[in-house]
Write a protein that binds this ligand. Structure first.
Ligand code: WTA
Length: 653
């Protein structure tokens, strides 16, 4: 990251920024001893998170079991929908729970009372369609209010939801439904992208065909307003809520460790992994971090710009803000349509208090220029946040100054799909900020940077970020599985010296104050614009293209997106490069979705290989980043390096 900043104009990354007094005065957490307090009272300190929720049955212990299975809030029962909706009816039934800004400039608001009504109606409909407790319901929609209603309706009846990002392909949807054994689907007919309709239902239909029509019921939201005809076992969303008008469904009390939802993410295999989150631990973690880090209060309007199809949208658009009774804003569109001031216009119009986005977006805003935010009144903003990838100090400072007006703290929050919620970040009312560094672990979180032997590295030395204690938002696989980390991979740190530990697959350094700076993934997962893909999944799609002999996918730097996807393709002899280029893009779009299409495709007669025939990915990464290639003596075909470098130099950016 230091290199990045030198290139962009030189900023001293050793800066410190104190939280402004105006913020501290009103912050939810201002206690400078909070970390020591949590430390001295671990794990019972996490009762502070559980206490933010309503429990149908109180828990007996904050953490049952010092080894897996870890039962957070053991014995407790609760319902997530009750916590996000019903319990706010007493104090704030007419407060806006959800405000939605659509792609065509439309907006809609739901008070907590409205949300309660529609969630109940849809929950009743789902039940009558046959959805039983623990049945997985797949939700495949863009950011529309019906998606949130459907998530909460599932939570109400104890049916885990599996949200699949709307931009994913039919194949990707089918794989995820099959993997989750899910036979219920809620989707929409289509949606608008830059003013033009995208037909979502066709993709859902193709997925159903791929699943041999093993779909019991499909509910379709009429987003395009064209009343398209529906087939057997297909139901119009609006008709259902009308049919069930006024229906109520009692929230089903779930054990704290019962599954609330699953979400698929990219791991190091060719297949997406389903990460299952719990009800009590996850929701407590989401609520606590929404208060302590996002500083949300019920009267706040919060805008998390992530798509709900990713974990960030689950935790910080839906569950966290609604659990604390705030107003959550949903935006269906893109930041530059119709104009590049769209985001600032929306913040001004909705008087947004807290804005949470990805560094990629900040870099794009910075490139477009400060004239766009300057044309709007952004004085409602109190706090800014980022997530998904490292933010370079220059972008951090631009965000702080031009969006925050210099008096909003910026929280750079590190976490993962697997952690459920934030893990490493400054507390905005307590901690000094250091642009470029995420900050110390949250109170109660034990995050360390270790070397290959599992020993702590010295300040400034590079190592692996590991979490060495369970946390409330941990997923079910870690809750349940005893000794899951016992198989030690030699390319990973040795964690056997810890009672329990989770290797995050992120490289990091830590400074003398315990601030963690993230350096990116150490595995074959790449985060592009804050979205996560496995290079192997993309490789598998490319390798399927006729005319492709072999392909290797790595990540390389990108000025705006942070990381970009580079595909190196060696073609069969008679294949025409121009056709192949198109086929490669189509194959990735079909298998995963256009969002995973490689940014750069480099054709090469051969891939660089070691004498034992392994593709030298390190070399491909170095070529992509224009770095020194290091030792290439292990290569069987060293002549290919020159070809790769010139192909890369010639490519059209
Ligand atoms: C990266 C997104 C640097 C990291 C919530 C992690 C970050 C992966 C940050 C998880 C940050 C997330 N600074 N890197 N503040 N936040 N990451 O599962 O590599 O989509 O492992 O979860 O994003 O991506 P995921």
């Amino acid at each position: 990251m230091a290199g990045d900043d030198q290139r962009q104009g030189g900023v001293d990354s050793g800066d410190r920024v104190e939280p402004p007094p105006s913020f501290v005065e009103q912050a939810n957490v201002t206690d400078a001893d909070v970390r020591a307090r949590f430390e001295g009272d671990w794990p019972d300190c996490w009762a502070a998170a559980a206490d933010l929720l309503d429990w149908e049955t109180d828990y007996d212990a904050v953490l049952g079991g010092e080894r897996p299975p870890f039962r957070w809030f053991d014995g407790g029962r609760l319902n997530a929908c009750h916590n996000c909706v019903d319990r706010h009816l007493g104090d704030r039934k007419n407060q806006v729970a959800l405000t939605w800004e659509g792609r065509l400039g439309e907006s809609r608001t739901y008070s907590y009372l409205d949300l309660h009504r529609e969630v109940n109606e849809f929950a009743a409909a789902l039940r009558d369609l046959g959805v039983a407790e623990d049945d997985v319901v797949t939700l495949y929609m863009p950011v529309v209010p019906e998606l949130v209603v459907a998530m909460l309706a599932c939570a109400r009846i104890g049916a885990p939801h599996s949200v699949v990002f709307a931009g994913f392909s039919a194949d990707a949807l089918a794989t995820r439904m099959a993997a989750a054994d899910s036979t219920y689907l809620v989707t929409c007919d289509g949606y608008y992208r830059r003013g033009a309709p995208v037909h979502q239902k066709n993709k859902a239909d193709n997925a159903a065909i791929a699943l041999d029509d093993d779909v019991e019921a499909t509910v379709v939201v009429d987003r395009l307003g064209d009343d398209a005809p529906l087939g057997d076992d297909e139901y119009d969303y609006e008709d259902l809520v009308t049919e069930y008008r006024g229906a109520t469904v009692d929230p089903v009390p779930r054990a704290s460790t019962d599954q609330l939802f699953l979400i698929h993410t990219s791991g190091t295999t060719g297949e997406p992994t389903g990460v299952r989150h719990t009800t009590g631990g996850y929701l407590a973690h989401a609520a606590w971090t929404s208060r302590a880090v996002l500083d949300l209060e019920p009267e706040d309007t919060h805008w998390c710009s992530a798509d709900i199809g990713w974990i960030t949208g689950h935790t910080y658009t839906v569950y966290g803000p609604l659990a604390v009774g705030a107003t959550t804003m949903l935006y269906e569109g893109t930041p530059d349509h119709p104009e590049k001031d769209r985001v600032w216009e929306l913040i001004e119009r909705n008087a947004v208090d807290v804005f949470y986005t990805a560094p990629t977006a900040v870099r794009a805003f910075m490139k477009w220029g400060e004239q766009y935010p300057e044309a709007h009144d952004l004085s409602s903003l109190r706090l800014l946040g980022t997530v998904g990838e490292p933010i370079n100090p220059r972008a951090w400072k631009w965000y702080h100054e031009h969006i925050g007006g210099g008096d909003c703290p910026v929280v750079d929050t590190w976490w993962q799909t697997e952690t459920g919620g934030m893990m490493v970040t400054t507390l905005p009312g307590v901690d000094t900020m250091k642009p470029g560094s995420a900050g110390p672990p949250l109170p109660g979180v034990d995050a360390r940077v270790v070397d290959a032997a599992g020993d702590p590295v010295d300040p400034g030395e590079t190592g692996f970020l590991v979490l060495t204690r369970p946390w409330p938002g941990m997923p079910l696989s870690m809750v349940e599985d005893d000794g899951w980390f016992a198989d030690h991979d030699p390319a990973r740190p040795d964690l056997s010296g810890f009672e329990w530990a989770y290797g995050t697959e992120d490289g990091a350094t830590v400074d003398e104050d315990g601030y963690v700076t993230l350096l990116g993934r150490v595995d074959d997962v790449v985060n592009v614009s804050g979205r996560r893909f496995a290079t192997m999944e993309i490789e598998a799609a490319i390798a399927d293209v006729e005319g492709v002999a072999e392909a290797a996918v790595v990540s390389g730097p990108h000025d705006l997106k942070g990381r970009a996807i580079y595909a190196y393709v060696s073609a069969a002899e008679d294949a025409a490069e121009a056709d192949l280029r198109e086929d490669v893009a189509d194959a990735v779009a079909d298998a995963i979705g256009p969002v995973a299409e490689p940014d750069v495709v480099v054709f090469t007669p051969e891939l660089p290989k070691t004498r034992s025939g392994k593709i030298m990915r390190r070399l491909l990464e170095a070529v992509a980043s224009g770095e020194d290639l290091g030792d290439t003596s292990a290569l069987r075909n060293p002549e290919v390096v020159g070809e790769l470098e010139s192909a890369l130099a010639d490519r059209d950016r």
